[in-house]
Design a protein around this ligand. Structure first.
Ligand code: BGC
Length: 360
């Protein structure tokens, strides 16, 4: 076992003029992570393969401009509300709240996505790196003002990244609003176990212990139903190659251009349980995602066909990575019959997600 340690370096200026830092976390178990205070972004994650060879297995950029000039959600903390809210509108305590509904507006079905035009991912947060026993990590803090992107209430947020000796990256979320408001935070890290420029992730095996999804309309917003995955390309309960059924004719797959859906986990409310696992047979890398959240959005980078270059000269391409976003169901503020995302004034929102790295 190594001694856990960290280094701090400049990461450059964001397009908002804020100076960002980068933290290199050396875990006692060998995993090394580079993370930034710019929205908690994951820059690199080095894990061993079955021969002990280390490789960076996430998509990120060498400096903030990569995020600022393309899709901003690679590897970041998402808030105040991860995923979509239909027409950016919901009723809270009898009052209608209208948020900007910029996403998918061209399709005629606008929605609020990942907290709006400038979500919590796009701020430089307070950051305190730490070593505590065998753990190394960073505590990130941020204040979202009342009315931020149209949401009611000021929110004080704390997100702790901890890298343990067992090669687990744990994310603990805490947020306290001063008015009732929806909160649905997640981490939007994208994986490719073949490493930088690894190409498609359709050859990764994925497992999801969930017997239902929340199907969407063509604007990718839940239509309010729950669908049984049995016999469909969404049945990952026994594990399946991501690419095995992704190109089948299927309305849901057409709406998402592949997997971009929310699975409702088979679990007891609030327990820390497996949300998804990934395995690349070619080199043995495995990941288990455990969470206290009820759902996971799986997104196979289907909209990623723009011309952008990531770190190491990687050309970002269609299905070049997969994100496993633990969360409450999208559009929950419009579905009172689903587990609520409304956090009452003065209450503490608290969730935990763990990324457990291994080999097989
Ligand atoms: C959504 C995708 C969206 C992506 C943006 C995902 O969480 O489900 O539809 O394109 O975020 O990076």
């Amino acid at each position: 076992m190594n001694k856990p340690s960290f280094e701090v370096a400049d990461f450059g200026k964001t397009k908002y003029g804020e100076q960002a830092k980068k933290f290199v976390l050396h875990g006692a178990g060998g995993v090394v992570m580079e993370v930034s205070d710019y929205g908690g972004k994951i820059i690199k994650v080095f894990t061993p393969d079955r021969d002990g060879k280390m490789k960076d297995i996430t998509v990120g950029f060498d400096d903030p401009s990569g995020w600022d000039n393309g899709d901003p959600y690679w590897g970041c903390i998402i808030g105040r509300y991860g995923n979509r809210i239909r027409a950016g509108r919901f009723t809270l305590n009898g009052q209608e709240i209208q948020l900007p509904a910029l996403n998918n507006a061209p399709a005629g079905i606008g929605c609020n996505l990942h907290g709006g035009a400038r979500g919590w991912n796009a701020y430089v947060w307070g950051a305190e790196p730490f070593v505590k026993g065998d753990d190394v990590g960073v505590v990130f803090t941020h204040t979202s003002p009342d009315g931020d992107e149209g949401f009611p209430g000021k929110v004080e947020i704390k997100v702790t990244y901890t890298l343990t000796a067992a090669n687990v990256w744990r994310v603990d979320y805490e947020a306290v609003p001063d008015k009732d408001t929806p909160i649905n935070m997640t981490q939007h890290v994208y994986w490719n176990f073949k490493g930088e420029a690894g190409g498609s992730i359709q050859d990764h095996v994925m497992k999801i212990p969930a017997s239902r999804i929340t199907p969407t309309d063509k604007g990718q917003i839940p239509d309010g139903t729950l669908a049984d995955v049995s016999g469909t390309p969404f049945d990952f309960r026994s594990g399946m190659l991501i690419g095995e059924r992704i190109n089948e004719p299927n309305e849901q797959l057409e709406f998402g251009r592949g997997y971009d859906h929310n699975w409702v986990l088979d679990k007891k409310e609030g327990e820390l349980s497996l949300a998804a696992s990934l395995f690349y047979p070619g080199n043995g890398r495995t990941l288990e995602v455990w969470t206290t959240e009820p759902c996971v959005q799986v997104y196979t980078a289907n909209w990623c066909d723009y011309n952008q270059t990531a770190k190491g000269g990687e050309h970002l391409s269609f299905r070049c990575s997969v994100a496993l976003e633990t969360q409450h169901a999208p559009d929950s503020p419009n579905h009172p019959e689903w587990p609520t995302t409304i956090v009452k004034a003065g209450q503490t929102y608290r969730t935990t997600t763990e990324f457990r790295f291994g080999v097989a």
